[in-house]
Design a protein around this ligand. Structure first.
Ligand code: 5GP
Ligand code: ZN
Length: 119
């Protein structure tokens, strides 16, 4: 997809710190990490967000959770745990409109994630 920063990263036109790649998925370190481990996992085929997905159009998502498990394990998070975040839509904080899952971990994280006054 033209003018998509993550498509350009997948194509190698913009440099990234790759942590994993297979035929369907590409994973790299977030440029502004919010934890010791902050990895973005993106499908190689451009899809804007969860809201544009279909089973027929996006069969690679059948392997989504096993891929997350593999990447998180390789990142040393098997026992420490991690948070998986998928911001969907502008109001939810999505700023790059190529689906991506954030694997965030390596520190203790509170729950709920938002300050009381934000409710
Ligand atoms: P969103 O807010 O859409 O859920 O997350 C977008 C994420 O992409 C942000 O955490 C941001 O730091 C990251 N990001 C934006 N541009 C780049 C880039 O060029 N390289 C890398 N590695 N991460 C990026
Ligand atoms: Zn894209």
């Amino acid at each position: 997809m033209e003018n998509c920063i993550f498509c350009k990263i997948i194509a190698g036109d913009i440099p990234s710190s790759k942590v994993y790649e297979d035929k369907d998925w590409y994973a790299f370190k977030d440029i502004e990490p919010c934890a010791p481990v902050h990895i973005l996992v993106v499908p190689k085929k451009h899809v804007k967000s969860i809201m544009e997905m279909t089973n027929e159009g996006n069969p690679e998502f059948q392997n989504f959770f096993p891929t997350i498990k593999h990447i998180a394990t390789e990142a040393g998070l098997k026992d420490k745990g991690f948070r998986l975040v998928v911001n969907t839509g502008e109001k939810a904080g999505q700023t790059v409109f190529h689906f991506h899952a954030h694997i965030i971990g390596g520190k203790d994280m509170g729950w709920p994630p938002f300050p009381e006054e934000a409710k």
